[in-house]
Write a protein that binds this ligand. Structure first.
Ligand SMILES: Cc1cc2nc3c(=O)[nH]c(=O)nc-3n(C[C@H](O)[C@H](O)[C@H](O)COP(=O)(O)OP(=O)(O)OC[C@H]3O[C@@H](n4cnc5c(N)ncnc54)[C@H](O)[C@@H]3O)c2cc1C
Length: 417
């Protein structure tokens, strides 16, 4: 197939992977461009995901197997789309492939990390631990290849080059610019957590043991900084009491005016994580309304029935440091018309989903709405969006949406608008 019949997918999370697979498995050539060094997106950082509460391996592994067996998908990781110009059926694309300093000869043997003298903050674990300057992005990385964070390296150091038996490290690797022609484009760039330090009364990054929901996923995960034990960050004490603060940023005109739609389910899932490790733990969830759409109603009913789960309708007003690593929470209880004061081991802010493209260098040719999402109706013909790039959604809805986007993109390659 010539390049003009190809489909470009921007973003290699579950939505982008699904779009790429669905289109390629009916014979279309697809180019999948992912900004980070690995595919998988946010799902790869979860401990478990609802509705079945299975680990991310069960969804991603099968998709990676499909990708490996597929000759129609070309994957560019550590790469960004700089511009999209032209028209449906004939788009011109500029892609920048950033150097990882490790080539395809890497077998992920890990000999390089043993000699690396430098550390860097581990973004996969939400900054709660460190990796070496040469690192595997995560245990499920696709491709399973190390990457070097060059600014983190000691000046002049090349110890990893000497330690690598396979000639896989190339410290002179350069940025490449690639020009492509494609028929249609699907934007699947997903989301990032809202910056909780903007919620000045919530104590994030000023009060010890106030974390966000992404940190909670990583604390519960066996590949996380505590090997899956939910411990208080300040002193590694097992957590005996937790407050969850719903709508931390969402449904607030000063922050994210929309509902992020998934944070209630996220905190209910996190309550289960806490109780699985310590059935005696006390869990308090402060909410405005619990929003668990459609099929997820069962989940809230089950968690609510747990004797140690206390659901309180009311907003949290203030979070400050308590004694010996404890956290003091002041809130209202609307139904009891009273104020609540609690001292707990840890507070989890259920921060909302903000579109990834908000605040990123804009991709010329892709239009964003006022929040940074990529609605279909703003795009020119032949450009589509899928998953959370479009609007907050769970994995199942993102997958369905991405299958639809793949069909639209295929129709464009056939000249159907
Ligand atoms: C705390 C929390 C828990 C959750 N738990 C669940 C759960 O248990 N079950 C469930 O169904 N849903 C859950 N969700 C929702 C779930 O995270 C989303 O449905 C899912 O991540 C959507 O996938 P996506 O591919 O659209 O976006 P993402 O997972 O964000 O993937 C987007 C990809 O695009 C890449 N990208 C970004 N910008 C660019 C660019 N400019 N160029 C190239 N690539 C780019 C990113 O690096 C990323 O790999 C949860 C959400 C939160 C906040």
């Amino acid at each position: 197939m010539n390049e003009q019949g190809k489909i470009l997918v921007i973003g290699g999370g579950i939505s982008g992977i699904t779009t790429a697979l669905e289109a390629s498995e009916v014979g279309r050539d697809v180019i999948l461009v992912e900004k980070s060094p690995t595919l998988g997106g946010r799902v790869s950082g979860f401990h478990q995901y609802f509705p079945k509460l299975c680990p991310p391996t069960c969804g991603l592994e099968i998709n990676y197997r499909r990708l490996r067996a597929n000759r129609h998908v070309q994957v560019y990781t550590n790469s960004e789309v700089l511009s999209v110009s032209g028209e449906a059926g004939n788009f011109k694309i500029k892609v920048r492939k950033n150097p990882t300093y490790v080539n395809e000869k890497c077998v992920a043997c890990d000999h390089c990390t043993a000699v690396c003298p430098s550390d860097r903050s581990n973004d996969f674990n939400a900054g709660m631990d460190k990796t070496k300057a040469i690192f595997l992005p995560n245990k499920m990385a696709y491709p399973p290849r190390y990457v070097i964070d060059r600014p983190a390296c000691e000046p002049g150091c090349s110890k990893c080059v000497a330690a690598c038996k396979y000639g896989a490290i190339d410290l002179d690797m350069k940025t490449q610019e690639i020009e492509l022609e494609v028929a249609s484009v699907v934007v699947a760039t997903g989301w990032k957590p809202y910056d909780a330090s903007k919620l000045t009364n919530m104590g994030f990054s000023s009060v010890p043991n106030v974390i966000n929901n992404i940190m909670m996923e990583r604390l519960a995960s066996v590949s996380g900084p505590t090997k899956g034990k939910i411990l208080r960050p300040s002193d590694q004490k097992p957590v005996e009491s937790v407050v969850f603060v719903q709508c931390a940023g969402s449904r607030d005109e000063n922050h994210l005016p929309y509902c992020s739609s998934i944070c209630c389910l996220g905190s209910l899932k996190h309550a289960k994580y806490v109780l699985e490790q310590n059935p005696e733990a006390k869990v308090h969830i402060f909410y405005i309304d619990i929003r668990t759409p459609g099929k997820y109603e069962d989940f809230v009913v089950k968690v609510q029935a747990e004797p140690n789960v206390n659901m309180i309708k009311g907003k949290v007003a203030k979070i400050i440091a308590g004694k010996e690593g404890g956290v003091l929470v002041e809130a209202e209880d609307i139904l009891k018309l009273s104020k609540v004061h609690l001292e707990v081991d840890m507070v989890v802010l259920a921060t909302g989903m903000e579109p990834s493209l908000k605040g990123q260098a804009q991709v010329a040719g892709i239009k964003l709405d006022e929040y940074g999402f990529v609605p279909m109706e703003l795009q020119q013909q032949g450009i589509f969006s899928a998953g959370v790039a479009k609007w907050p959604a769970d994995v199942n809805s993102s997958i369905q949406d991405s299958t639809g986007a793949a069909l639209k993109a295929i129709q464009t390659t056939m000249g159907v608008n």
